[in-house]
Design a protein around this ligand. Structure first.
Ligand SMILES: [Zn+2]
Length: 303
């Protein structure tokens, strides 16, 4: 581990000043969120950061220190995967003992654990080169692997939602994409007409029924700025459309609206899978979801 010229004492890592520095750094990374928190939330976030800091520092200490009572330290590799607050993911690796150069074509010698860590990192690097950036969904949901093309569709959904808001509608936008990646249709919310069923996902389901074969529908993907409501999820299921990728979840929307003091809608917000159980559904997409949240803030602060 490069410590800038001096050797790091593993025992210092769990000392009060190191833990405090780590907690400060973690809180600084989240400063935009922290600025919106009340005192209790800041206290809870600090406690959470302290837990995370202790986990990471304990792992690094284990990687660079020798276990007590062992003459021959076992090999270790500690990999820390950290997001930068956007869609970039940084990898940090620490090895103990240090990897040895084998002298042949730049190869290194390490223990079995270290070799496994290097294999895992190089596999991730290969996936990265293919344009896939791993990103984790928020609030404990499953991971979403969105590639560049899919991100473009998701950004277009946010653009359509913005257009809807600017046209006096609610901020929701959706894009229907064929199996080969061709954009077939897109729409945004049109409830300002007075017809509360004019959601973009419902319009796309009806477009698909009128213009696509059942096979084409099943292979298509609907990208959308907000998770389908029960009406749209049912329409999607009835016409046999395929995968859904949403930017923000119904759960997030319900929380945002409650926060803004907006009365609950007459139709319950349910996860899509409650309505169409076998559908492949992915989301939310961190980073973009915050943009959708801002659109809802704009809608409800201006009315
Ligand atoms: Zn809907």
């Amino acid at each position: 581990m490069d410590t800038g010229g001096h050797r790091l004492d593993p025992d210092d890592l769990l000392g009060a000043s190191a833990v405090r520095a780590a907690v400060d750094a973690l809180m600084l990374r989240s400063r935009e969120h922290v600025a919106q928190m009340d005192a209790d939330q800041v206290e809870a976030a600090t406690a959470q950061c302290r837990g995370a800091a202790l986990d990471v520092l304990a792992a690094v200490r284990a990687a660079i220190g020798s276990p007590a009572g062992e003459d021959e330290p076992r090999g270790r590799a500690v990999v820390v995967i950290e997001d930068d607050g956007g869609r970039e993911v940084h990898f940090h690796a620490a090895f103990h003992p240090q990897l040895e150069e084998s002298g042949e074509d730049g190869a290194f010698l390490g223990t079995a654990a270290q070799a496994a860590a290097v294999r895992m990192l190089s596999q991730m690097a290969t996936e990265d080169a293919g344009g896939n950036a791993p990103a984790l969904g928020g609030s404990g949901r499953e991971a979403i692997m969105a590639n560049d093309a899919e991100l473009r569709h998701l950004r277009r959904c946010v653009e359509l939602a913005t257009e809807a808001l600017e046209a006096g509608d609610e901020p929701f936008g959706s894009v229907l994409v064929a199996a080969d990646g061709t954009v077939l249709a897109e729409d945004h919310n049109r409830v300002a007409s007075g017809d509360r069923t004019r959601h973009p996902e419902f319009a796309l389901a009806r477009w698909a029924a009128a213009n696509m074969t059942p096979g084409e529908r099943a292979a298509a993907t609907v990208f959308t700025s907000g998770e389908h409501c029960p009406m749209c999820a049912a329409a999607h299921g009835w016409v046999g459309l395929g995968r859904i990728v949403y930017v923000s979840s119904s759960e997030q929307l319900a929380a945002w609206l409650a926060e803004l003091g907006v009365p609950a809608p007459p139709v319950r917000t349910l996860p899509i899978r409650e309505i169409v159980p076998d559908l492949v559904v992915e989301g939310p997409v961190p980073g973009l979801a915050e943009q959708v949240r801002d659109l809802h803030r704009r809608l409800h602060s201006s009315s």
